[in-house]
Write a protein that binds this ligand. Structure first.
Ligand code: SF4
Length: 387
């Protein structure tokens, strides 16, 4: 979205949010539990809502779990906060709209509610997530890599001092983050991944709900690293690429066994299809500013990257810059080094999708995130690495 009233873009949402004194959390799961924990001391949480009838039979966090039909939607004090992962919420938003709820009036996503509540009422900064890449090094070469590995002339491994200073700067500015995500490249190939997890956990754990990384399932961590990952309670998403990389099947099984042995929490992620951002065949350079703004707004990319003191409006635009596909887009960044507390609401707005132009330059070369992208491809399809 294009900034029109910097520092006041969410004034109307806050007015609505203040009116909703009886809150229900849609989603009796991990996110709902955390939001309950963060809110219940100061706000009146009436209970959870969930479509799962089994969950409706039990209490969650000591609260009743309701079916949506049991909520009195005529009650003007009621507000619903959707507490599920961005990947599953589209259907819930549609369900609530059909029930007559209005977005940002009496139903809010947890990202909007918490960001606005923290900035306006607590005078603090809440971030839903951040993508943090210590290195782009990877052992695979996926044709449609969202980090653009096939386009890189060389891998970018960031200096340890710069990484530590980014982490420190981030937590100097941000009071609470739902998901701190260490990404890559293949994070397990970054030589200091153990030290990074240790550093974040030792210094900033009280500001993070979920500390998570991801692996492509083709790398076996050494014992010392496994001990560190376990001790510092990082969760791991293990991507299942066995179909595209059949030679990795043995490693994949061994990896899961090791994660079990070291009591490291993990989830296996197997998807049917990937999207290809297709920067070499997408040419929207002649699109009007208005059309590009609409594209950016409709894209709903949930990630922003932190790199060298700068927050990038869209992480894929920043990855494309690091891979050498596009120039750096100075209008699509927020400089955390120059931040003062007077800019708290502006930074919150930037994290929620506002920026100077209302889009980023890379939107002209990119086919967009999941829902809008028509280029569905086989996950992790490999291509030969150029010598
Ligand atoms: S269209 Fe591409 S560059 Fe633009 S916001 Fe979406 S993912 Fe980012």
């Amino acid at each position: 979205m294009k900034w029109k009233n910097k520092g006041h873009e969410f004034d109307a949402v806050y007015t609505n949010l203040k009116k909703r004194s009886k809150l229900y959390l849609f989603g009796a799961g991990d996110y709902g539990e955390k939001i309950y924990e963060l809110l219940s001391l100061k706000k009146v949480v009436q209970g959870f809502i969930d479509n799962n009838t089994d969950k409706q039979k039990k209490k969650y966090c000591g609260m009743h779990v309701y079916d949506i039909s049991q909520i009195d939607k005529e009650d003007h004090e009621i507000g619903i906060i959707i507490c599920v992962s961005p990947y599953f919420r589209k259907a819930i938003i549609q369900q609530l709209m059909l029930e007559g709820y209005i977005y940002n009036e009496n139903m809010f996503t947890m990202e909007v509610y918490m960001s606005v509540y923290y900035a306006y009422e607590l005078e603090k900064l809440y971030f839903p997530s951040i993508s943090f890449l210590p290195s782009t090094r990877c052992n695979l070469n996926c044709e449609a890599c969202l980090n653009f590995t096939p386009y890189m002339k060389k891998f970018d491994e960031r200096p340890w001092e710069q990484i530590k200073s980014d982490v420190d700067l981030f937590f100097k500015r941000v009071d609470y983050i739902m998901l701190f995500h260490i990404s890559g490249g293949e994070p397990l190939l970054y030589p200091k991944i153990g030290e990074l997890v240790e550093y974040i956990d030792n210094n900033y754990r009280d500001k993070i709900h979920l500390l998570r990384t991801v692996t492509n399932g083709t790398v076996l961590p050494k014992e010392e690293l496994l001990e560190k990952l376990s001790k510092h309670r990082i969760e791991i998403t293990v991507d299942d690429y066995r179909e595209a990389v059949p030679e990795s099947c043995g490693t994949f099984d061994k990896l899961l066994a090791l994660l079990e042995e070291y009591h490291i929490k993990y989830e296996v992620n197997k998807v049917e299809e990937w999207i290809d951002l297709a920067p070499m065949t997408t040419h929207h350079e002649d699109w009007s500013e208005e059309r590009l703004c609409k594209k950016f707004e409709g894209c709903h990319v949930p990630w922003q990257e932190l790199r060298d003191g700068l927050l990038y409006s869209c992480n894929y635009a920043s990855y494309a810059h690091v891979a050498g596909i596009v120039e750096e887009d100075k209008d699509g960044v927020f400089d955390l080094k120059e931040y003062t507390e007077r800019q708290r609401k502006e930074l919150m707005e930037f994290r929620m999708g506002y920026n100077k132009k209302g889009y980023v330059e890379f939107c002209k070369r990119c086919s967009g995130y999941v829902d809008m992208n028509p280029n569905k491809v086989m996950p992790a399809k490999q291509m030969e690495r150029k010598k």
